[in-house]
Design a protein around this ligand. Structure first.
Ligand SMILES: Nc1ncnc2c1ncn2[C@@H]1O[C@H](COP(=O)(O)OP(=O)(O)O)[C@@H](O)[C@H]1O
Ligand SMILES: [Mg+2]
Length: 400
C-alpha cells in the first residue's frame, strides 16, 4: 500500500498504451510496461529514444497524449507531480551550496513539517555511507559523494518509486562502476522500486533485474540481462547490448530440433528453440566471445558451425582479452573475442584463420531481414561498432 508520498515498500508501476507527441514529433509511439514492486528496472537505449520523456511522464512533469499511468494500482495520470509517490535523481545533483549535507537531505522533510527530519536525514546518510560528512557543504565533497547526497535526499522521502535519469553520467569510470554496485545494494536494502534510465549497457546489466531495450520510442525487448544477451530478438538489441556477428540467408533444411541456414554457401545450424523464425530468410547470429579461431581448416562435426577461411584484419589487445576483426569473403567482417589465457594475441594481422562455434550458442532473430537490411548493413555496422567500442575503451582507460 502506498500512503501519500511515503511508502514502506516499493510500488508497481504500470504504463498502459502510453503515447507522447510533441508538436511535429512523436517521442513515444506506444508503451506498455509493468514494473513489479521492489524491482530494479533499467530502461536502456540510445540518446533520443525517449527515456527521459518516459521518466517525465511518470513523474508528472509531462502529460501523455494517450494512455494511463498507474502506481501501486492507483491511476495517477491526472495527478500533479507533487501528489505522486515518486522522486527523481538526475545527472546534475542540484544540491544547495550554502546548506550542509544534512540540511540538504532534510530540506524536503522540513518543508513538509516532518518532525524527526534530522534523524531521518542521518539515517538516509548512513545508508549512503556519508553520515560522517553531514556537517560539510556540497563544495567540500567529491562528485561521487555529491551524487550520494542527491540519492540520500531522494530516498529520505521514501518514494514508492525512485526514478534515476542517467544519475552516474557525470562520474569518471572507476567511480561510476563503484556507484553502480552501491546503488544496487541500496536498492536491495530499502526495497523500493527503482526505474533507472541509461544509455550505458554495461551499467544496465550490472544493476538491473530487468532491462527494457528502447529504440525510437518503442520497447524492442524486455527481460533479465542474461536472457537479453543470450537470445536477442532483434538486430538492434543484438548490437546495442554487447556485440553480435549477424548473417542472413534462406533456411535450407530442418530437423525436429534445428534449422540449417545457407550463409554464402555454408550451412549454418541453429537450434529451433533458439531461433524466432524457422522458414524463409532469417538472420542468425553469434556473440564474439563464443567464436574460436583456428589456423587450419577444422574437421567438421555436427555440434559445431565452421566459417572461413578468412583473414585477420585487425588485432586489438585489451588486457583481459584480444579482439580480432576477421574478414571472410562473401560474408563480411566478424568480431572475435579471445581471452588472453596465456600471453598476448595468438594471431597476427594478415593470418589466415577459420572460425568455429558450438551450434548451441547461435541464435535466430525475429526481425524480418528485408526490414532491417535497410537500417543496418551487417559487416560495416559490426565493424564500425567494434571501432567505436575500441575508441570508447581507450578513452575510458585514459580517464581512469
Ligand atoms: N519538449 C519537447 N518538444 C519536442 N521534442 C522533444 C521534447 N522533449 C523531447 N523531445 C524529443 O523527443 C525525443 C526523445 O527525447 P528524450 O526522451 O529526451 O530522449 P533520451 O532521454 O532517450 O535521450 C528526442 O528526439 C527529443 O528531441
Ligand atoms: Mg535523456
Amino acid at each position: 500500500m502506498v500512503t501519500g508520498a511515503f511508502a514502506d515498500r516499493g510500488a508497481d508501476l504500470e504504463l498502459v498504451g502510453i503515447q507522447k507527441r510533441f508538436p511535429g514529433f512523436t517521442a513515444i509511439e506506444h508503451l506498455d510496461l509493468v514494473i513489479p514492486a521492489g524491482s530494479f528496472f533499467a530502461l536502456l537505449g540510445p540518446s533520443g529514444c525517449g527515456k527521459t520523456t518516459t521518466l517525465r511522464l511518470v513523474a508528472g512533469l509531462e502529460e501523455p497524449t494517450d494512455g494511463r499511468i498507474l502506481i501501486g494500482g492507483k491511476d495517477v495520470t491526472t495527478q500533479k507531480a507533487y501528489q505522486r509517490p515518486v522522486n527523481t535523481v538526475f545527472q546534475s545533483y542540484a544540491l544547495f551550496p550554502h546548506m550542509t549535507v544534512l540540511e540538504n537531505v532534510a530540506f524536503g522533510l522540513r518543508r513538509r513539517k516532518i518532525t524527526d527530519a534530522r534523524s531521518l536525514a542521518h539515517e538516509a546518510l548512513r545508508l549512503v555511507e556519508l553520515d560522517h560528512l553531514a556537517a560539510r557543504r556540497p563544495g567540500q565533497l567529491s562528485g561521487g559523494q555529491q551524487q550520494r547526497v542527491a540519492l540520500a535526499r531522494a530516498i529520505v522521502n521514501r518514494p514508492a518509486l525512485l526514478l534515476l535519469d542517467e544519475p552516474l553520467g557525470a562520474l569518471d569510470l572507476k567511480l561510476r562502476r563503484q556507484m553502480q554496485l552501491e546503488l544496487k545494494s541500496i536498492q536491495e536494502d530499502v526495497g523500493l522500486t527503482f526505474l533507472h534510465v541509461t544509455h550505458d549497457q554495461e551499467e544496465a546489466m550490472t544493476m538491473a533485474d530487468t532491462i527494457a531495450v528502447m529504440n525510437k520510442g518503442r520497447i524492442e525487448q524486455l527481460g533479465a540481462p542474461e536472457q537479453l544477451y543470450d537470445l536477442p530478438k532483434t538486430a538492434f538489441v543484438a548490437n546495442f547490448l554487447g556485440q553480435s556477428n549477424l548473417f542472413t540467408g534462406p533456411v535450407l533444411g530442418e530437423t525436429s530440433t534445428s534449422i540449417t541456414v545457407d550463409v554464402a554457401g555454408r550451412g549454418i545450424v541453429v537450434p529451433k528453440a533458439r531461433s524466432h523464425r524457422h522458414a524463409g530468410d532469417v538472420t542468425i547470429g553469434v556473440r564474439p566471445e563464443k567464436l574460436t579461431l583456428h589456423r587450419e581448416n577444422p574437421v567438421a562435426d555436427s555440434s559445431h558451425n565452421v566459417m572461413g577461411p578468412g583473414r585477420v584484419r585487425d588485432v586489438s589487445f585489451t588486457g583481459v582479452s584480444t579482439q580480432y576483426l576477421v574478414a571472410v569473403p562473401g560474408i563480411g567482417t566478424l568480431v572475435v573475442f579471445e581471452q588472453n589465457r596465456s600471453f598476448g594475441p595468438v594471431e597476427g594481422e594478415g593470418d589466415e584463420v577459420w572460425l568455429t562455434w558450438n551450434v548451441e550458442h547461435g541464435f535466430g532473430l525475429d526481425d524480418d531481414p528485408a526490414d532491417w537490411e535497410t537500417k543496418f548493413v551487417a559487416d560495416t555496422s559490426t565493424k564500425s561498432i567494434a571501432a567505436q567500442r575500441r575508441a570508447t575503451l581507450v578513452t575510458e582507460l585514459e580517464e581512469a
